[in-house]
Design a protein around this ligand. Structure first.
Ligand code: 4NP
Length: 156
């Protein structure tokens, strides 16, 4: 099983959107038996909460499920339990290194690393910008690029 974990600061806006969008792509490609998807936040403030209304509204509009998704904080054991830890911005990457800087097999990267000539190297935080349309635009491109990359890398 290939295990993918999306990370953002609060785990209510960007990473749950990425989790739901990526899972939907995986299902469309009939790869659900090969790839599992989760998300977590650097902070614990929203643990147990469903995605933010802006993310829910976007996913509802797209008919993409976020059923049973609840925010949780990232944990150092995630380095062992996942193959890809995919962050939204540079600060997430710095925070992840502070939580666990051990060498491990896990690939840690930013979502926009999987987009050629990205409009933005980071996914700006819609919790502060309010722009969930732009978040989806970037997340969608990133998830498509990430899935293509995983399929090539893992020969699936
Ligand atoms: P996210 O957005 O990292 O995309 O989930 C945030 C949500 C909540 C907070 C920060 C960012 N917060 O500070 O509560």
């Amino acid at each position: 099983m290939i295990r993918v974990l999306f990370i953002c600061l609060g785990n209510i806006c960007r990473s749950p959107m990425a989790e739901a969008v990526f899972r939907n792509l995986v299902q469309q490609d009939n790869l659900s038996d090969k790839i599992t998807v989760d998300s977590a936040g650097i902070g614990h403030w929203h643990s147990g909460e469903p995605p933010h209304k802006g993310t829910r509204d976007m996913l509802d509009k797209l008919h993409i499920s976020y059923k049973d998704m609840k925010a949780r904080q990232v944990h150092s054991t995630d380095w062992r339990d996942f193959d890809y830890i995919i962050a939204m911005d540079d600060q997430n990457i710095r925070d992840l290194r502070n939580i666990n800087d051990e060498m491990s097999e896990v690939t840690i990267a930013k979502l926009m690393d999987f987009v050629k000539d990205p409009d933005n190297e980071n996914v700006p935080d819609p919790y502060f910008t309010g722009n969930f349309d732009y978040t989806y635009e970037l997340v969608s491109k990133g998830c498509n690029g990430l899935l293509d990359n995983i399929k090539k890398e893992k020969n699936i």
